[in-house]
Ligand binder design. Sequence first.
Ligand SMILES: [Zn+2]
Ligand SMILES: [Zn+2]
Length: 246
Amino acid sequence: MNYDKFVSDCFNELKVKQEELTKKYDLNSYSNWFYDQASGLLTFTDENKELNFRYYEVGTFSKVSKTWKWSWDNEHTLKKVKEQIEVVKQFGIKHGFEKLTQGLFDSDEIEGWDFTSIATNLLNGIGSYRPETEKHLIFMVLYELVDNDKANEEKEMYVDCEKHERRRRAFICQHLEKNSENGFEEAFETYEDMEFEYDDDDFQAWFTKCEKVRIENDGWNDVSMDFAKIKLVCEKCYFEIKETNK
Ligand SMILES: [Zn+2]
Ligand SMILES: [Zn+2]
């Protein structure tokens, strides 16, 4: 397989997909964008309208150092949006395409589009987007349109933590904190980074005494809820607290 030929085929394919996507969703009529790595959602908004897509981050081009960095090589990029880009790397290894296998190297914006075209092809994307920040061009592959209500529900599954940035949400009772030695009763057994079995699962824990009140009240009702006063923390904080409350 010839790299230049492959890139040019992928580029032409993306061009067609991009035109279709832009037209189908009237993308140019939205003036604001916002992306959320935690939920993997890219949101376009304008007065009274919103559009959500799932995306993968291919990589970033630094306008300062004039370098390309694949997302899988970027420790600041969350797993949710970079995991699948591994497919591109493996493809590069298989075919001896070095640029797909090195994490960071001198490059330019055009090459960013080459890599994005390849990723769109290999991951069956529906188009791309390239937000710009002060120092970076961020190259993304869009792969699925998401219903707005569903998208907002998914975004609410994450919280911004002062210590751990943006993470999955978790619920604990008011009595639990680090080293509070209050026991740790969970809704179900958990471990870090676990995938939930059901979409509406959440990390939930409470102190031994709250468990007693809960049982006395036949579960969670106004009385037991008022005693527990459940609060919201991030997933990382949850496990830090769990570790010190056995
Ligand atoms: Zn409690
Ligand atoms: Zn936290």
